[in-house]
Write a protein that binds this ligand. Structure first.
Ligand code: ZN
Ligand code: ZN
Length: 415
């Protein structure tokens, strides 16, 4: 077996869409990025549809595909990935929801979905929510955990639960709190819907007159008087990478969703001080942590969220800046990673075009450097140059098997 290792650097949402209004330029095409361009010239370069043409992937679906899991088979909702990524344990039949502390009036009309984004007293309110006992359905317990800011996760624990339920978060303000409903008319989803509705009602009862909320109002903040939930999910039944490929793997990511998927895939999750998941993240600390992780791993996934944030903000200049910071990361990594022996792959999990301010179905550029990847001789890495690359166009779920094949981890198919 060869001793080569793989580094997969994923710049979330860095791919963009060329359009006439910007003379067909993209952040990748205008940024000054000497290290990435040099790496591209030494790499096989191509395009990748994370799922398939015309399908816009969420980061969760895209990362499942990037680790070789067919998202059509294994995507089981966002809630569980987020809860596990935030460090909370879930059993195989538990259901988790992404939740918000929100503000409603006495008729349960949503006034502020984010409770003014004020964090005042939310830890105490979360404690109060963990006193809630569900009684309408037997054998289901609820757990609520704060994550970042006004956000949290609600986990329903019990047997025969289902993720096939609608949101209680109506997604718009001045709208009544939603009532979760079964999406498939099964007993399990009806039971889960009843439980999440009961939790929502009881969250209002527990929070509406809570001393912390009286205090919040006194300080001019809206009361955080209800929990709204969305994105029900169960843990996907994926096979761990160490079992599947006998691989030692590490994940370096700040985003809970990526950490959750990597955790389920059996990867070691490394915390990096100063890694925030925002454009102000400590880029070089992440590069150093990656170099360190490479010593004891066969495969390291390094995820950097910042480009996606700039894309959602419609901030072209900001996205250019992120690419230039990524270039510093690549420069630092290339001081330690020798592509004559190891593999260095750089790509995105989807496009987040600044003109769209959302994810898009466009293919993303991909480069694969390593001892036995041919050279593209492309001197400027961009969406356009990648479309002329020597790797052609692949699907997201193809990438991991291509890399595992180079590491001699896959048997021959047939005689
Ligand atoms: Zn993403
Ligand atoms: Zn995004």
């Amino acid at each position: 077996m060869k001793e080569s290792k793989v580094l997969l650097l994923i710049s979330d949402g860095v791919a963009d869409r060329a359009d006439r209004s910007r003379r067909f330029q993209t952040p990748l095409s205008v940024a000054k990025k000497p290290h990435i361009d040099k790496l591209a010239s030494m790499s096989s370069v191509g395009l990748m549809y994370l799922v398939e043409p015309g399908v816009t992937p969420g980061s969760d679906v895209a990362h499942l595909a990037l680790l070789g899991y067919d998202p059509y088979k294994y995507y089981t909702g966002r809630g569980a990935l987020e809860a596990i990524g935030a460090g909370f344990k879930m059993g195989p039949s538990d259901v988790a929801f992404r939740s918000n502390f929100s503000t409603v009036d006495s008729s349960k009309i949503v006034q502020d979905r984010r409770a003014g984004r004020s964090e005042m007293g939310l830890d105490e309110l979360a404690e109060a929510l963990n006193e809630v006992k569900l009684t309408s359905v037997e054998g289901i317990e609820s757990e609520f955990h704060r994550t970042l800011g006004h956000r949290g996760v609600l986990i329903l624990k019990g047997e025969n639960l289902s993720r096939m339920v609608t949101d209680t978060d109506p997604h718009f303000e001045k709208t009544r709190v939603g009532v979760a409903k079964s999406e498939d008319d099964q007993k399990s989803s009806k039971k889960t819907a009843a439980a999440v509705n009961e939790f929502t009602d009881k969250s209002y009862e527990a929070l509406k007159s809570h001393p912390i909320n009286l205090e919040r109002v006194k300080h001019g903040f809206p009361p955080a008087n209800i929990v709204l939930s969305r994105g029900a999910g169960t843990p996907p039944p994926i096979e761990r990478l160490d079992k599947k490929y006998s691989l030692r793997t590490t994940c370096i990511a700040a985003a809970p969703i990526v950490r959750g998927i990597c955790d389920l895939a059996g990867m070691k999750i490394v915390d990096v001080p100063g890694a925030t998941g925002r454009p102000d993240t400590n880029y070089l600390a992440k590069a150093d942590a990656t170099i360190d992780a490479m010593k004891a791993s066969d495969f390291v996934l390094l995820h950097i969220k910042a480009a996606d944030v700039a894309g959602h903000d419609g901030d072209f200049k900001g996205k250019v800046k992120v690419v230039e910071n990524l270039d510093r990361v690549v420069g630092r990594l290339l001081k330690s990673i020798d592509v004559k022996r190891d593999y260095f792959v750089f790509t995105a999990d989807h496009a987040t075009p600044v003109a769209v301010r959302e994810h898009a179905s466009d293919p993303v550029p991909l480069l694969c450097a390593g001892p036995d990847f041919d050279r593209s001789m492309i001197t400027k890495f961009s969406e356009r140059s990648a479309s002329h690359g020597n790797l052609g166009t692949i699907h997201g779920r193809n990438l991991f098997p291509i890399l595992m094949d180079r590491l001699w981890r896959l048997p021959k198919f047939g005689f």
